[in-house]
Design a protein around this ligand. Structure first.
Ligand code: NIG
Ligand code: FE
Length: 415
């Protein structure tokens, strides 16, 4: 490996770029034999090696790193996680394998609510300590941007505690963070039979406070028979819109309720899961520019049978992102590479679609499409260097290779 110092201005030469830039022709937007200049945390220039050393690149005093034919991809964006919580659900995993369905466990006060009980008892420091190894596992694989949802507190104080823990967890880490308020994740025990009153609290108190104190970028809801109805979700979206928070939804995961169309109607960033989505919902997403976030880990872990409507999503050109959905109940799987592989094997995405799913489209699902998710001049220099022969290897192989170098905002990252 070439020696790389810790300064932040450098040029990477003799690299093959997986740009994923739609303005470049060809699979993966590949540009072979390239030089990429990093300055001020951004990709300052991309040039062919034929122009190297080029008069157009002022490289005086800048470190030159010869990658000797290695490949560069954008950093991975994990656009859907529930990373911060206490306890785990291994006992529920056993129960499910003895035949009890996820929905039955949830209706009996287990599932999400068992994590809520553990999380309410935990202090911020404990939550941060529990989440750190999960984050580090994702970062080792090349995640440079992560979305983290609340949703295991379900009181004003506990939801804010989770958002603060997520902020603290990521504050000194080389990773971009996007925080999402998922207070409408489950009906809390003290509001059983009074879900509308809980939604009132979310809309009238929690969302205004979260917006005022800039504790989150977006809201999310679980629109499902075991959670919130489309009418209740719509009230959350209205409050979010009023208070300037973006909109996301867990929709059509276990049944078709119309949550996705609702997200689209509110110009949401993304509708996630979408296994049960129909053509009308897909068309609504296309019209609104809403990204579909596919979560093969939860599909696999729940042993679901209904596949997301991949062909329809392709036909209507709805961008497909892919994420871990890391959570204790349905996806305790901290690996974005595993998700890329599963998106191919379980959902029949191509390796290129799966790579775009964890970069380009995942960035759009977080409202960051102009800054992250591809290699283009002006974009943030979140880069991964790979010792591979073809970009398809990133989705094909799992558990073998890690990036040989990682850069976040142009800085070499040790994590
Ligand atoms: O994305 N669908 C709802 N939320 C999570 C599961 C949360 C849990 O079971 O703790 C999901 O699958
Ligand atoms: Fe989720």
């Amino acid at each position: 490996m070439p020696q790389v110092n810790h300064g932040c201005e450098r040029v990477l030469i003799n690299a093959n770029l997986i740009t994923l830039d739609p303005q470049r022709d060809g699979a993966y937007g590949v540009m072979e034999r390239a030089a990429l200049l990093i300055a001020d945390g951004r990709i300052a220039a991309i040039r062919s090696m034929d122009e190297w050393p080029a008069t157009t690149l002022n490289t005086d005093g800048i470190e030159v790193v010869d990658l000797a034919g290695q490949w560069i991809s954008p950093g991975f964006v994990d656009c859907h996680t529930h990373l911060v919580f206490a306890g785990n659900r291994a006992a529920e995993f056993e129960q499910r394998l003895l035949g009890v369905p996820y929905e039955t466990i949830a209706r009996q006060g287990g599932g999400i609510l068992s994590t809520v009980r553990a999380t309410r008892q935990a202090e911020v420091e404990e939550l941060v300590a529990a989440a750190r190894p999960r984050l580090l596992a994702l970062m080792r694989e090349g995640v440079t941007t992560i979305e983290i949802k609340s949703g295991y507190g379900l009181t004003l104080e506990d939801e804010i505690k989770l958002l603060r823990a997520a902020r603290q967890l990521t504050a000194d880490m080389p990773v971009n963070v996007s925080l999402t308020l998922l207070a409408a994740h489950a009906i809390p025990p003290e509001f059983q039979g009074k879900a509308d009153d809980y939604v009132d609290m979310i809309c009238q108190t929690l969302i205004p406070l979260v917006s005022e104190e800039k504790l989150a970028d977006a809201v999310d809801v679980f629109c499902e028979g075991i959670a919130f109805s489309p009418a209740q979700c719509e009230r959350v979206f209205q409050a979010a819109q009023t208070h300037g928070l973006a909109i996301k939804g867990h929709t059509e995961q276990l049944s078709l309720l119309g949550g996705t169309e609702l997200v689209a109607r509110y110009q949401g960033w993304s509708a996630d899961h979408v296994e049960y989505l129909d053509e009308a919902g897909v068309a609504a997403m296309a019209e609104a520019g809403t990204v579909s976030v596919l979560l093969p880990g939860a599909f696999y872990f729940l042993r679901e049978k209904t596949l997301p409507p991949i062909e329809l999503l392709r036909k209507y050109r709805v961008p497909m992102a892919v994420a871990t959905d890391f959570n204790p109940g349905t996806s305790p799987l901290a690996s974005i590479r595993l998700m890329m592989n599963m998106a191919c094997t379980l959902f029949r995405l191509t390796p290129e679609e799966s790579l775009r799913g964890v970069t380009q489209h995942a960035a759009t699902a977080l409202g960051r499409s102009g800054q992250l998710g591809m290699l283009r001049e002006g974009m943030q220099a979140d880069l991964l260097v790979w010792n591979i022969r073809h970009p398809a290897e990133l989705a094909y192989e799992f558990g073998v290779s890690q990036p040989t170098l990682r850069f976040w905002k142009g800085r070499l990252s040790e994590h």
